[in-house]
Design a binder for this molecule. Sequence first.
Ligand SMILES: [Zn+2]
Length: 238
Amino acid sequence: MSADSPRKPNWGRYADLRPIEIEGILASSPIAYVPWGALEWHSQHAPIGLDSTKAEGICLALAEKTGGVVLPPIPFGVNTIKPFKGFPHSIDISAELATRACQELCLQLADEKFRLVIIFTGHYPPQQIDALQAGVDQAQKEISSSRFLVWADSQLLDKKYRADHAGATETSFQMYFAHGSVDLDALPDRLLSLDEDGIMGEDPREASASRGKAQLNSIIAAAVPQIQFILAEMEAEV
Ligand SMILES: [Zn+2]
């Protein structure tokens, strides 16, 4: 198939879609996923954009199941490990800016006829969740014809995996979504800690791409029925 052949996808990356394709998706699955990440220290072994890569990978997998579009990841992390512990290369964003950006994105996506907007954050300290929830709440006050939600992978993950920061769970996601981007040999040969290494949770040396895939499957299993339920509820309201 040449690049110019007609495509009728029911999901895709918003930035890569042509108008007729967006219109087709809107007619069948008016869902917009907004992966929300951060640029934040994830220790020596993992990239700074882990939370964005993770959120985008999960959103693409969900969109493939439910239909809809996936926006480019927003790298606005509130309360990163920089103010907390001083680790470098992190870009810390104010709660006010994250709230405002979230609110405006919700309103714009509703204006573009998306009826369900899921802000999916891969960075999940309470300050981040609260900032995004405030943006969603403000948008919902202005628009009632679309639904706006904030979800975090930590809330949907099977309980047998521990939500962490740069630990085995997040590192497994990174290995699965971006092969070759993790260097476990960059970690020091000793017990790892929050204070010295900026790692919370299980040792990242326990991570694997296959575990990342299993974690993703647990999120899909938890999220897809919820999304289908919300869509059915919205359909009944019309
Ligand atoms: Zn993270």
